[in-house]
Design a protein around this ligand. Structure first.
Ligand code: T1G
Length: 686
């Protein structure tokens, strides 16, 4: 089926774009549009051309899958110039999410009609790019400078009403695109809808607005987009030339590679082996345990419109849970994610009780009790008795063996790990941990639930810590080793924040609570291999009763909003160096990042090797959406590909001179490096 079809009627030519799922402006759409305009140019029966699209949206941008491949002519800038130069007026009808190249096509038409619910934007900066088909030149000729620069440098879409008020749309209608297209064409024919070439409009972007923006935007991506928009003060042809040069520059940037990878990581993880299994609709939920995680999970289900039954052991714990959920929902109202009416509806759908039998009819129960195997097995034994046939029994454990938990029930096929990240009603990541007896239907059903909860679900097999926490446990050791060897912990935090992490590892540990890590170290002490280095600084801190923010002291000191380095930590570190005969040495910020990332990549490669994650891109998604990994690097294994696998092998081999036990080159990493392959190649085959 052609991606562009023409139907002629009463002097109108209706040109329909149809390229599911989002009418991306791939080669077939571009060549189809050019052929349509050329064919209609000589057709005397046609006086007005109307462009619209089938499906859920008008063109949602250039086809991102074509990026990085040799461009097939006609390229989008050429398509836009041909549309704009058409002697016959072209009106376009926009619906859904008209984004990037889709909006640029619209800007090249001679009038724009929106359909209610439409959102319009230039999100190219979210891909490390800038509008490359005239968006930075034509938009400032249609709307005021402020609106234009906001859309171009932030990538944020605007609503149809804002677009209408700004002059980006000439009309706003309701109805299906084809009907609106016919009416719009008729209005042009009878002169009630004016048409004009954007190129003929005066630029409305003043130097003051540009200077004001220059002062508040940060980063190479936004600065490059601003530079392109600034060229809109030149004649259009010259401005378009400058935009193109900057666009090509952006296409070659690491930021684009990382951000494009992050775009696809978010979507690739939905492709799972169980995708064809029957996914049931889960309409009601239960939660066991009303602590921070349990209350967050209950809030997430309420926000998704599910009635929730939360069970706690004692009355005061029941009240604590209801208060926490009430606060969570109030926070959502404050962030304008929820109206007060919606909050009240959600609260009315919440039942908090000490009675386990109240879970008899729910479709899914998520257990979020204390991280002890005994306690969890006891809870699952009871759930097995009270829950209806077919109910899904899920555990929110962040590292315990899901198979061992399932083994205490008569229905291990309905048992699964649903590992949320704190705060559970905010963090987008959900690790779905598949036990050896978990049924494909249970997996598929939970992926469907994740979509309902607006989570990005990543499939993981069972091991200690699954994907994220297993890798975290390994690379965090590299930070304590660097600290003991001489790098001040706050320098390590600064280096990683400059690299792009929202918060450095020591500050994160203080936020999460140092007692959690302490308990984990104690739990693992009996199994710690003798060759493994062990750093005691954090134990010294915890022995003082200092557990981070919640106690006002940890690695840092917290006084209200101010944070300062805890001087005692340096003393603990020097004392341990003296005791172990370690001569202090310095690290540059880059060296710190190199070691941290080499450690992360090492364990990430082993997680793929061990088939705990389906693909390298699944590991990247876990870190992008659950561990604050900087999007411009696309995730730890995309970072590895961008850095060069051979470079990482050399670095790890160099570090291994100091510590051959901790620093070992994973077989998968060495094999790929020697074969001249990348982790990206493994994403393609899986
Ligand atoms: N190109 C190719 N595939 C795309 C695509 C695109 N632009 N947009 C979406 N898809 C695929 C996506 O991978 C998924 O595939 C399916 O469509 C459904 O998407 C010159 C250079 C439109 C708001 O950045 O923001 O134009 O996983 O699951 O949640 O200036 O997709 O099913 O196989 O996301 O309803 C600018 C990107 C490009 C928009 C729909 N445009 N897309 O969200 O569905 S750069 C964008 C989105 C550009 C020019 C420049 C969203 C959406 P699969 P989905 P959704």
């Amino acid at each position: 089926m052609a991606s562009v079809e023409i139907r002629k009627e009463n002097g109108l030519a209706l040109v329909k774009i149809d390229n599911p799922p989002v009418n991306a402006a791939g080669y077939s759409v571009r060549s189809g549009l050019v052929n349509a305009v050329r064919d209609l140019a000589g057709d005397e029966t046609v006086r007005v051309i109307v462009l619209y699209a089938a499906g859920r949206t008008f063109v949602a941008g250039a086809d991102i899958r074509e990026f990085g491949q040799p461009p097939k002519q006609p390229v989008l800038p050429e398509v836009c110039e041909i549309l704009e130069a058409s002697a016959k007026p072209i009106v376009c009808v926009l619906h859904g999410t008209t984004l990037g190249g889709g909006l640029e096509i619209a800007l090249s038409c001679h009038a724009r009609v929106g359909i209610k619910g439409l959102r319009l934007g230039l999100p190219e900066v979210n891909l490390g790019l800038l509008p490359g088909a005239g968006g930075t030149q034509r938009l400032p000729r249609l709307v005021d400078g402020q609106t234009a620069l906001t859309m171009i440098t932030s990538g944020k879409p605007v609503s149809a009403n804002v677009a209408l008020d700004a002059g980006l749309l000439d009309d706003l209608q309701e109805g299906d695109p084809e009907a609106v297209a016919l009416a719009a064409g008729q209005k042009v024919l009878d002169g009630t809808l004016k048409t004009r070439a954007t190129a003929d409009q005066d630029n409305r972007l003043s130097a003051d607005v540009i200077d004001a923006f220059r002062g508040k935007i940060t980063g190479e991506v936004a600065e490059r987009a601003l530079k392109a928009a600034e060229a809109s003060n030149l004649p259009l042809a010259e401005g378009l030339k400058i935009e193109r040069e900057l666009f090509v520059e952006a296409m070659g940037s690491n930021a684009h590679k990382g951000l494009k990878h992050a775009f696809f990581a978010e979507r690739a993880v939905a492709h799972i082996p169980e995708a064809k299994a029957e996914a049931r609709e889960l309409t009601s939920g239960g939660v066991i345990g009303g602590g921070t995680m349990g209350s967050g999970i209950a809030t997430a289900m309420l926000l998704a419109g599910m009635p929730v039954t939360l069970v706690e052991m004692e009355k005061d714990r029941v009240d604590f849970a209801r208060n926490t959920i009430t606060k969570n929902l109030a926070g959502a109202v404050q962030r304008s994610k929820l109206t007060e009416a919606q909050r009240d509806t959600a609260l009315a759908a919440l039942t908090c009780t000490t009675d386990m039998a109240a879970l008899a009819d729910v479709d899914v129960v998520i257990e979020a009790v204390f991280e002890s195997m005994e306690v969890k097995q006891e809870v699952f034994g009871k759930l097995d008795e009270v829950c209806k046939h077919g109910a899904i029994l899920a555990t929110n454990t962040s590292y315990l063996d899901v198979n061992e938990i399932a083994s205490t029930t008569t229905r291990p096929k309905n048992v699964i790990g649903l590992h949320f990240f704190s705060p559970a009603h905010v963090m987008r990541l959900l690790e779905i941990v598949v036990g050896k007896e978990t049924a494909p239907e249970t997996v598929a059903t939970c992926f469907k639930l994740a979509k309902k909860l607006r989570k990005i679900a990543v499939r993981a097999e069972v091991c200690d810590g699954f994907i994220g926490n297993r890798i975290l446990a390994h690379y965090l050791k590299s930070t304590s080793y660097m600290h003991l060897d001489g790098a001040p912990f706050d320098q390590i935090d600064t280096a990683l924040e400059e690299f792009g992490f929202a918060m450095g590892p020591f500050a994160v540990s203080d936020l999460a609570g140092l007692d959690i890590g302490w308990a984990t170290r104690k739990r693992k002490a009996a199994f710690r291999p003798s060759q493994e280095r062990y750093v005691e600084i954090a134990d010294r801190i915890c022995e003082q009763g200092w557990f981070g923010r919640k106690t006002g002291k940890g690695f840092y000191l917290y006084d209200g909003k101010t944070r300062s380095v805890n001087p005692a930590v340096a003393e603990f570190a020097q004392a341990e160096r003296n005791a172990k005969g370690i001569t202090r040495r310095s690290f540059t910020n880059q060296k710190i990042v190199d070691r941290y990332m080499a450690a992360m990549v090492s364990e990430a490669a082993r997680v793929v090797e061990d088939k705990i994650a389906l693909r390298p891109i699944d590991v990247d998604a876990v870190f992008l959406f659950g561990y604050g990994f900087p999007r411009v690097w696309g995730g730890p294994l995309q970072y590895a590909d961008m850095t060069g696998l051979d470079v990482l092998v050399q670095r790890i081999e160099a570090y291994a001179q100091e510590d051959p036990y901790y620093w070992q080159v994973p077989d998968l990493l060495r094999e790929l490096a020697e074969a001249g392959k990348t982790f990206g190649d493994l994403n393609k085959v899986a």
